[in-house]
Design a protein around this ligand. Structure first.
Ligand SMILES: Nc1ncnc2c1ncn2[C@@H]1O[C@H](COP(=O)(O)OP(=O)(O)OP(=O)(O)O)[C@@H](O)[C@H]1O
Ligand SMILES: O=P(O)(O)OC[C@H]1O[C@H](OP(=O)(O)OP(=O)(O)O)[C@H](O)[C@@H]1O
Length: 206
């Protein structure tokens, strides 16, 4: 039996679509139920539904064999998991943004983000020393209210930036969702994992 950690939220639907395209029979109530652990005996699979940032934790600890996680989450913390496939779903990118024409405070520049490690290494590489302010969401609010000079956040359509009068200043990295595996599961359940990888790779969007 394979246990797969699925991210609740925006990736979930696209991930379920991909699994169905790969001919996995998932129950129709899969997306509607409030259940957090769903067994699919026909496929000899079990799914757990976790917060996107927590998927890697379940896989790293081996309580889930596999998981689906955004590249952003993988970049933020180095974890003991293998990345097997770029699923090419939930496409977006990580960027630095701010108010147009507003320079960084030269004495105590502040950057608000949900990704403190990505942001601090990015600014370190640019030779800029900044204070990182960690937020959990609505990051675009920070420059508007004077909490930070810059933000590091996900941009997809650019609508959130635009509607809040912000502009993208630098792109940090492209982001898509990845299939990840626990290293021990990869050794012990190699046949089942390989089959999943094979079936998914046939249906990954180009
Ligand atoms: N606007 C977006 N468009 C496309 N993909 C996105 C977007 N925002 C985030 N993502 C991707 O989807 C993943 C999950 O994002 P989502 O917004 O569902 O969860 P979260 O913000 O981590 O958690 P939550 O909002 O539940 O606290 C991110 O890690 C990223 O890879
Ligand atoms: O470029 P866009 O298409 O507008 O998408 C980008 C927005 O989507 C994400 O936020 P989310 O909707 O997850 O809300 P959050 O602020 O609670 O993280 C991200 O943090 C941006 O705010």
């Amino acid at each position: 039996m394979l246990t797969v950690a699925m991210p609740k939220g925006r990736i979930f639907e696209e991930a379920v679509d991909l699994l169905r395209k790969a001919d996995y029979t998932l129950p129709p109530e899969f997306a509607e139920s409030r259940k957090l652990m769903i067994e699919v005996p026909k496929e000899n699979m079990r799914f757990i539904l976790a917060k996107p940032m927590d998927v890697v934790t379940y896989v790293e600890h081996g309580v889930a064999d596999l998981g689906i996680a955004g590249k952003d989450v993988m970049m933020e913390e180095e974890r003991d998991v293998y990345e097997l496939l770029d699923l090419k779903i939930s496409k977006c990118h990580l960027a630095v943004a701010g108010l147009p024409g507003v320079r960084m405070n030269q004495i105590a520049p502040r950057v608000a983000t949900k990704y403190p490690n990505i942001a601090s290494s990015y600014f370190r590489e640019q030779g800029e020393q900044v204070e990182i302010i960690r937020l959990n969401g609505s990051i675009e609010l920070a420059p508007l209210i004077g909490l930070a000079d810059r933000i590091v956040d996900i941009v997809s359509t650019g609508r959130t930036l635009k509607e809040n009068g912000l502009v993208e200043l630098e792109k940090i990295a492209d982001v898509t969702s990845r299939l990840i595996v626990n290293p021990v599961s990869y050794r012990m359940k190699d046949e089942a994992v390989d089959e999943l990888v094979h079936r998914l790779s046939e249906v990954i969007p180009q």
